[in-house]
Design a protein around this ligand. Structure first.
Ligand SMILES: Cc1ncc(COP(=O)(O)O)c(C=O)c1O
Ligand SMILES: N[C@@H](CCCC[NH3+])C(=O)O
Length: 429
């Protein structure tokens, strides 16, 4: 298996950054998400360099939903990133992490009045997903005596090669306003008193491993931008969303390079901007490709059972990492304390949850596994912790950040007190 540069093996132990994964598990307990800070910075720079070498006005808005740990947002804020936030919670965390309000975009297909109020109060731009949202935001901004800059999310009706649950730009998707009718939405926004349309937003889906759909997206967006420009929209930003996939199967083909992505989207955009004589910022909202490979999930073996298959029962289940159960997704598995040892059997890695579907990995060829061994699931940084739950009365696990040979908690494990923290007992009980 080819390991990325921040993962290595020394004395049969997996290492992340300059830290021994077995020592980290011992020190902080398991299950444990461990993130390499430098890898996140490197991913950010990869995008930045590829895009800004082709066009100057670039802004990277990290998709906070991929991994909303405040430390990760702080790292990205230090790099100058903004964020795609999808709730008032994500907005608040992003601001607290030091992100500038003007570098945020409040996305969402079902925002509440309270969401709109917060955006207005904090001076954050909003991506609108319906005319009802436009009307509500216009009224709320008016009441506050402010003018809010907005975009609409356009549905480009593009089929993308990914899991159907995470394709978001299909004609049938719940997101966005169809490209065919988007001009009507902007026409209404242009006559609003307290809202001014200055951008356009799109997102075609996630875990997309070819760049062609992004080229198609850019083409659809540029056709819309040209029409809207004619109608009098003064563009400050054009936001292509996120979606560049990563290589989960390390034996499989590589994910597209940042340069290939930039080559796919930029020519169409630059030629349209030049033709129209405009130079708005180009925004992208990568989530997965920024953080996924930065993080491993460490989980300890509770028991090994020979049944229909050899089941390895570990202490992380779909409460900790739901992706395999939800999308049949694949994560590479290593035995972190036996890295490099010869394969000795075929194992199915199962969690502690009371559900048959609680399987993290099927039929993997691994070194001989014993009770107490440490399993590492790779590429767990995106939609891992952020989708974790307290199902079966299990608190969410800790998250650790590694920088070189330093490590520190960036979130402690939840306890039973945390499980009970929001509980209220009705007075008659
Ligand atoms: C609006 C929006 N932007 C950005 C993203 C991030 O996507 P990804 O993690 O695939 O880069 C998503 C998630 O699919 C999204 O819905
Ligand atoms: N949660 C999905 C990605 C969804 C992207 C958000 N729109 C995954 O784990 O692959």
């Amino acid at each position: 298996m080819t390991l990325p540069p921040h993962l290595s093996v020394k004395d049969r132990h997996l290492r992340i950054g300059g830290c021994d994964a077995v020592e980290l598990a011992f020190k902080y307990g398991t299950p444990l998400y461990v993130t390499d800070e430098d890898r996140i910075r490197a991913n950010f720079h990869g995008y930045k360099k590829a895009l800004s070498s082709r066009y100057q006005n670039i802004r990277i808005l990290y998709a906070a939903k991929a991994n909303g740990n405040p430390s990760i947002l702080k790292i990205l804020a230090e790099e100058g990133a903004g964020a795609d936030v999808f709730s008032s919670g994500e907005l608040t965390i992003a601001l607290q992490a030091g992100m500038k309000p003007e570098y945020l975009l409040f996305n969402g297909s079902s925002k509440t009045e309270a969401d709109h109020r917060l955006a207005v109060e904090k001076g954050v731009r909003v991506s609108l997903d319906s005319i009802d949202e436009l009307m509500q935001l216009d009224q709320i901004a008016g009441e506050a005596g402010k003018v809010v800059e907005v975009s609409f999310r356009v549905n480009p009706a593009i089929d993308v090669p990914t899991h159907p649950k995470i394709a978001t730009g299909l004609a049938t998707s719940k997101f966005g306003i169809p490209a065919a009718t988007i001009t009507e939405a902007y026409a209404q926004a242009l006559v609003c008193k307290n809202v001014v349309p200055v951008g356009i937003h799109c997102h075609i889906g996630s875990q997309i491993l070819s760049v062609e759909p992004f080229a198609k997206e850019a083409q659809v967006l540029m056709e819309v931008v040209a029409e809207l420009h004619k109608m009098g929209v003064k563009f400050k930003f054009v936001d292509l969303g996120g979606g560049l996939g990563v290589c989960y199967e390390h034996y499989g083909g590589p994910a597209p390079a940042f340069d290939a992505y930039a080559d796919a989207i930029m020519p169409e955009i630059i030629s349209t901007f030049t033709r129209l004589g405009i130079s708005p910022e180009i925004w992208i909202e990568p989530g997965r490709s920024m953080v996924c490979d930065s993080t491993i999930l460490l989980t300890k073996v509770n028991s090994v059972k020979q049944a229909h298959k050899t089941f390895v029962n570990v202490d992380a289940g779909f409460n900790t990492l739901i992706r395999p159960a939800m999308y049949d997704s694949y994560h590479e598995v290593l035995v972190a304390n036996r890295a490099g040892e010869e394969q000795a059997g075929t194992y199915t890695i199962t969690g502690p949850i009371c559900e048959t579907g609680d399987i993290l990995a099927h039929d993997r060829k691994l070194p001989a596994i014993q009770v107490g061994d440490l399993i590492a699931l790779l590429d767990a940084g995106a939609y891992g912790y952020s989708m974790a739950s307290q199902y079966n009365g299990r608190g969410r696990c800790a998250e650790v950040l590694v920088k070189g040979d330093k490590s520190a908690l960036m979130r402690r494990a939840e306890t039973v007190d945390d499980l009970l923290a929001a509980v209220v007992t009705p007075p008659w009980l």
